[in-house]
Ligand binder design. Structure first.
Ligand code: GLN
Length: 203
């Protein structure tokens, strides 16, 4: 067979936050990034990143552009990775204060969980990812306080999950795009590539 394997096309929701850094990280690990600002731009993409920012602002934007349901449908059969505010949006339940969310990840998060003094910090912690400890940049980070049985914890901050995976959904309470280490984006691109192959085989 003479099948050419194209690079996976991964969208980055480009409303707010450091979406450009995510796009650079994706390109570095062998994906083609594309900025997404409207629901119809999800067509033809193999995966999506929801970057950090202010989850209330992103939520308002999603509502205004009738994005909410389209994102849910996309996430049902395409990998989605939420970082920081993106992780908040993906969660089943949001606390402090309570806020609507997509409910795609079986997790409960508390927003701005670390108080003013230590709201932004860089830590290095053990991870299940191959290759040793992982640097994690936290910026007014949420804390994942509960996860369901289908959620695999790949790294923690003070015992609480900081990087998780539930099948084709990933979430980080930190900003992997701001570190030089590309293992987190690499894992996501692998999940996307795998899921695109499976879809091609069954379609
Ligand atoms: N504090 C933000 C929120 O609650 C998240 C911060 C971030 O994405 N860096 O939405």
């Amino acid at each position: 067979m003479n099948e050419q394997r194209a690079l996976p096309r991964i969208g980055v929701l480009a409303i707010q936050g450091d979406y450009a850094a995510h796009a650079d990280a994706l390109a570095e690990v062998g994906a083609t990034p594309t900025e997404v600002r409207k629901p119809d731009q999800l067509a033809g993409l193999h995966g999506l990143i929801l970057p950090g920012g202010e989850s209330t602002t992103i939520l308002r934007f999603l509502d205004k552009h009738s994005f909410f349901q389209t994102l849910r449908e996309f996430a049902a059969n395409h990998p989605v990775f939420g970082t920081c505010a993106g992780a908040i949006l993906l969660s089943r339940e949001v606390r402090s204060p309570a806020q609507r969310s997509l409910g795609i990840l079986d997790s409960v998060v508390e927003r701005n969980a670390y108080g003013r003094q230590i709201d932004s910090t860089i830590l290095t912690a053990e991870t299940e990812l191959p290759g040793g400890p992982l640097e994690m940049v936290f910026i007014r980070a949420p804390r994942i306080v509960e996860t369901g049985p289908g959620v695999q914890v790949l790294a923690r901050r003070s015992g609480f999950p900081a990087l998780v995976r539930q099948n084709h959904i990933m979430a980080a309470t930190f900003h992997p795009e701001l570190s030089a280490d590309r293992r987190v984006h690499k894992l996501f691109v692998e999940i996307v590539a795998q899921s695109a192959l499976t879809a091609a085989a069954s379609g």
